[in-house]
Design a protein around this ligand. Structure first.
Ligand SMILES: [Mn+2]
Length: 268
């Protein structure tokens, strides 16, 4: 069986409970929507555990994972709310960071596409996969640190295939790892972090557009806890149910789309 699980953010205890609840075995696979770390209590142990699963786990990178990598590469300082000091001080820090930067931004298998935040409505599955692959090459290549130095920022806002360099890389990364609201032409609105109702004028949740070019796929994503697991549209599976904030950790068993949840006391 394949279990797709939402954002962990250091909530290892809840993950272990969830794996016990579903009866996870060596022949099962664990897919994770990213944001393995930050805000929660056990980021270091979470990374070590997921890494130890080897090929049994498949994780896509989230914005918090990329932020950790930027800090670890000395391209950003630790923020006030960041809870990953223990990773930066760990003896296996370099190994963990090398493993982390080699994770994908998009996973496509068994009729499912998984990303951390979303896919803009103007991208078809091939474009989404190609853009993710392009970023994976940057992250895994010799210029990763230079990318991290230029990763932060909300512009450009709209996709244009002729974009190049840091602007192109920043926008692809913002789509895949930070997006909540956008417009029909793919213009990003990154300032609003509320729930899906009352979107900023001219914008809507990225998955809500009728003509979304990935609407024939089964999409798995995290990042947006205030959706409370409801995208409200068939085939769009919102898996971040706010574990770190005192919600639940959610697993979707892909074979029968059965949901499993573990409640969390909340840490942030
Ligand atoms: Mn996120």
């Amino acid at each position: 069986m394949i279990y797709a699980v939402g954002d962990l953010q250091g909530c290892l205890d809840e993950l272990l409970q969830l794996l016990e609840q579903v009866g996870f075995t060596d022949s099962d696979q664990l897919w994770l929507t990213g944001d393995l770390v930050n805000r929660g209590p056990k980021s270091l142990e979470t990374l070590r555990f997921i890494k130890s699963l080897g090929a049994q786990a498949c994780t896509v990178l989230g914005n918090h994972d990329l932020h950790l990598l930027a800090v670890a590469h000395d391209k950003k300082s630790v923020g006030r709310k960041d809870t990953f000091d223990e990773i930066l001080a760990a003896p296996d820090r370099l190994e963990l960071m090398e493993w982390l930067r080699h994770l994908p931004l998009l996973h496509h298998d068994q009729g499912y596409m998984m990303v951390h935040a979303g896919i803009p409505p103007i991208w078809d599955p091939d474009t989404a996969a190609a853009c993710a692959a392009e970023m994976e090459e940057v992250l895994q290549g010799p210029n990763a640190a230079e990318f991290f130095a230029n990763m932060y920022g909300n512009s450009p806002e709209r996709w244009d295939p002729s974009l190049e360099g840091h602007a192109r890389h920043r926008l692809i990364t913002n789509y895949l790892t930070r997006m909540r609201f956008c417009s029909a032409d793919g213009t990003l609105e990154l300032a609003t972090k509320t729930g899906p109702t009352n979107p900023p004028e001219g914008f809507a949740p990225w998955f809500s557009f009728d003509n979304h070019r990935c609407a024939d796929q089964q999409l798995l994503f995290g990042h947006w806890a205030s959706l409370e697991g409801r995208a409200g549209r068939d085939g769009f599976h919102a898996l971040d149910t706010g574990c770190v904030w005192g919600g639940q950790l959610t697993a979707l068993r892909l074979q029968d789309q059965c949901l499993f949840q573990v409640a969390s006391p909340g840490y942030a």
